[in-house]
Design a protein around this ligand. Structure first.
Ligand code: F6R
Length: 260
């Protein structure tokens, strides 16, 4: 796992966008794994800027959302399908037909989860997965206790996550209790994962998943077993890391050819 400590969101957005741009230049039909929430927004802003100003081309790319709320009516502004559309895919030239999300309004939830796994497989697997991390260490909506080999399925949100996400709704009562999420096994199949964490409220989760034991109580810790995981954090999110100086030294002296 590579940990990169950067001054702020702008630098994080730019470095993650560099990795996505490099991927698209060597593989125009790359499959991008798309997170929602606040963490990836600087990346989407930077990609939209590069599309607009430098013609970065997404016309052959594919996108798969990480997760979706269960029970929001189609078109609900906070459904993750809508959020991804608004924050990213409508701002670049990706074909809407190539952008997928788990169907949280399906009558048969299990079949919808299976179909999602199949669709990812049929697209050739995720090349680069963007992730945020919850204050309880979740990735996707794999809450504490999630199987480390889980696949796309329904999960119940922990109260803390509903409280954290209430800022996107009128009140906590409007935040659904259930979600569909790619499993930890699904996320681990991505060829490269880039996790972004910013702000002091993430410091404990960041320390737990990077430097604590691999354990289902902190779902993101499974990324310690990933062959190509990159963690981009700002100073506040990095403030509890024991080996912060080592991560800084390693990145500052990294061979230029290596990229992320
Ligand atoms: C969103 C997702 C979640 C968020 C996490 C952090 O698709 O899967 O794991 O990444 O809850 O959310 P923010 O970035 O809003 O702090």
């Amino acid at each position: 796992m590579e940990v990169v400590i950067l001054p702020g969101s702008k630098q994080i957005g730019s470095l993650a966008a560099d990795a996505i741009e490099a991927l698209l230049r060597r593989k125009a039909d790359a499959v991008l794994g798309l997170a929602t929430g606040s963490s990836p927004l600087p990346v989407y802003d930077e990609l939209a800027r590069r599309h607009e100003q430098a013609g970065l081309d997404f016309s052959r790319a594919h996108g798969f959302a990480l997760d979706e709320y269960v029970g929001l009516e189609p078109g609900h502004p906070q459904s993750y399908r809508e959020v991804i559309r608004r924050e990213f895919t409508d701002r670049v030239n990706i074909d809407p037909e190539n952008v997928h999300s788990p169907d949280g309004s399906a009558a048969d939830i299990e079949a919808a989860c299976e179909a999602y796994e199949e669709a990812i497989k049929a697209a050739g697997g995720v090349d680069l997965q963007l992730l945020g991390v919850g204050t309880d260490g979740h990735i996707g909506f794999n809450e504490p206790g999630s199987s480390l080999v889980s696949r796309t399925r329904i999960k119940s949100l922990i109260e803390q996550t509903r409280r954290d996400n209430a800022r996107f709704f009128n009140s906590i009562h409007d935040v659904p209790h259930h979600v569909l999420t790619q499993g930890l096994g699904t996320i681990m199949d991505a060829r490269h994962v880039i996790l972004i964490a910013t702000g002091a409220q993430k410091a404990q989760a960041v320390r737990d998943f990077i430097e604590g034991p691999v354990a289902a109580i902190c779902a993101a810790s499974v990324l310690q077993m990933h062959p190509h995981a990159t963690v981009l954090v700002d100073e506040a999110a990095a403030s509890s890391l024991r080996l912060a100086d080592y991560y800084r030294h390693t990145y500052d002296n990294k061979p230029g050819w290596q990229g992320l």
